[in-house]
Design a protein around this ligand. Sequence first.
Ligand code: HEM
Length: 452
Amino acid sequence: MADRATTFLAPAPAHSGLAPVPGDPGLPYLGYALQTIRDPVGHYRRRYDRHGPVSWGNFLGRPMVSVQGPDAAQVVLGNREKAFASGPAWNFFIGPFFERGIMLLDFEEHLRHRRIMQQAFTRDRLAAYLRRIDAGAGHTVADWRPGRRRMLPLFRRLTLDMAIDVFLGLELDRRETRRVERAFVDAVRAGLAVVRFPVPGLRWSRGLRARAALVDFFAGHIPAKRAQGGDDLFSVLCAARSEDGERFTDADVVNHMIFVLMAAHDTSTIALTTMAYYLARHPEWQERCREESRSLGAGPVDSAALESLPTLDLVLRESLRLCPPVPLLPRIAVRDTSVLGHHIPAGTLVSVTTFSNHRLADYWPDPERFDPERFSPDRRSAITHPYAWFPFGGGVHKCIGLHFADLQVKAVMHRLLRAHRWSVPAGYTWDLDMSTLPVPKDGLPVTLHPYG
Ligand code: HEM
């Protein structure tokens, strides 16, 4: 496409010393949505080269400023001046489907809810969740049939089954499990629908139906959860109290459960699929990881045991660098503000793009290369900026489940490495569908060979 003329988002206030944000609107209505979906890395790299770290383009009918590079990411996510809100921005993408999830709350209210929710992610709680995860992963992974298998749906089912066990603590039959799974997929997919109003049969309207089904599902189980207690996340959220004694209402519990399940399910699935992809393409790394898992033995794992798998840790970090499961973190400026000397008017949608940040050559030598050693103790010191690598975000909305995710992904991978070898044909590279969160279009077909 021919270069469009540079235009400016809005004039900077006189005598402010600020510059206007450069860019151009792109196509009518769509703006740069298609480029963002088809080739986010290429698209944002071209924009960075042309306009620098702060630029604008339209996105599904409204202007969106994209900030790139760790300094700009730190200004927006660190949000020291409380100039950016998460709720109204995420609301644009997923609001009707994940209403009042914690990421959609801001400032004082967010802090209040986060303090209560934090009770579900203490060290002791995580240890209890890990025991359940490890037991489930061990059986499921060992039962995967050898031969040609698509890893994305296998991981998706596994993480959903785990979520139902660890988060819900409910015995669901197969049909109900699949119904919940379908509702989640529909709700998540609706977020990036191009047609953003309900037309029967299209994504938006399926998303709304899915939300209603999930509300009924969770609300129906609350009385029993409040009465019985338990160590699953659902029971913990029903019982949790902040230090000041505050607790969640029934509506809060429903909203947070729907949101947390979504936040946990797809992101961990993508992290696992990405690791499986790179380990299939780099069998020498797969072998290194397997050696450590073999040394650890077949017994149950706790967090200390998982810490004794340093190679797996390097592979996880590098996988999250190359394919961060949440590729774009949106915010709305709640008042006039600035990013790296650029004027951002109140009401502007601003997005921090993890995908392109993680591949900036200024911060990552040979950025396209799978090189887990860049995170090794010897070389880690070269990663100097706290926002050079931020797959879990930053600031007050930083992922509350990051330790959970770390334990879950490593426990599953440890079991998989002990049960199977897997491979892809020479020269295979995946093609990512970026229309919601990044997933391989073909589901990542591999050949599983039983091991041991
Ligand atoms: C590899 C897996 C994961 C990745 C890469 C990931 C990534 C992220 C990111 C980037 C954010 C911040 C979004 C923003 O600032 O706009 C976030 C927030 C969040 N994540 Fe995760 N996440 C993962 C797993 C999980 C898991 C397993 C859970 C729950 C058990 C979880 C629960 C949440 C919640 C509740 C928030 C919102 C926090 C808040 O707004 O205060 N995530 N996650």
